[in-house]
Design a protein around this ligand. Structure first.
Ligand code: AMP
Length: 152
C-alpha cells in the first residue's frame, strides 16, 4: 500500500515573486512546519521571447541579466521577510517553469510542490496556467493554493 499517510519530507514552493506569492509561501512554510519537512523555494526567470525577429539587432543578454538581477532583489526581500527562507534554500533558475520545477523536485527529492492557482476560466483556461503546467507530469504531489479573489 502506498505510504500516503506518511508526512512530507521536502516541500518545494514555486513563486512568481509578485505580491501574490505571500499566501503560497505562507501555506508552504506552515505545511513544512507541520510535517517537520525541509522547505525550498524556487523562482524561474523565463527566457525573453525572441519577439523582435532577426532583422533588429538586439542584445537580449543584457535584458536577461536585468531580469535576473530584479528577481534576485525581490528574492532578497522575501528572505528578509520570512524567517524560514535563507539564501541557502532559495533558488533562481533560468528556463521554463514546468521543466525547471520538475527537474529541481527530482534532483532534490522533493515530495510536495506548492504553487498558487487562480482557478482561471474562459480564455485563460484555454491558454493554460503555470499551476496546470506544473501538475501535469509532476514527479510528486502538488498543492495548488487558491489565489481567487472573493469577486472572482
Ligand atoms: P500563473 O499561472 O502564472 O498565474 O502562476 C501560478 C503559480 O505558478 C504562481 O503562484 C507560482 O506558484 C507559480 N509560478 C508562476 N510563474 C512562476 C515562475 N516564473 N517561477 C516559479 N513559479 C512560478
Amino acid at each position: 500500500m502506498p505510504s500516503t499517510l506518511t508526512s512530507y519530507k521536502h516541500i518545494l514552493v514555486a513563486v512568481d515573486l509578485t505580491e501574490e506569492c505571500d499566501p503560497v509561501i505562507y501555506r508552504a512554510s506552515a505545511s513544512a512546519e507541520a510535517n517537520g519537512a525541509k522547505l525550498s523555494l524556487i523562482h524561474i526567470v523565463e527566457p525573453m521571447a525572441m519577439a523582435f525577429g532577426g532583422d533588429v539587432p538586439m542584445d537580449l543578454s543584457q535584458l536577461q541579466q536585468q531580469q535576473f538581477d530584479q528577481a534576485n532583489e525581490r528574492l532578497e526581500r522575501l528572505i528578509d521577510k520570512y524567517s524560514q527562507l535563507t539564501t541557502a534554500n532559495c533558488h533562481l533558475k533560468f528556463g521554463q517553469p514546468r521543466q525547471e520545477i520538475h527537474a529541481f523536485a527530482i534532483k532534490e527529492k522533493c515530495d510536495l510542490i506548492v504553487v498558487g492557482s487562480h482557478g482561471r476560466h474562459g480564455l485563460a483556461l484555454l491558454l493554460g496556467s503555470t499551476a496546470n503546467d506544473v501538475l501535469h507530469g509532476a514527479p510528486c504531489d502538488v498543492l495548488a493554493v487558491s489565489l481567487k479573489k472573493s469577486d472572482d
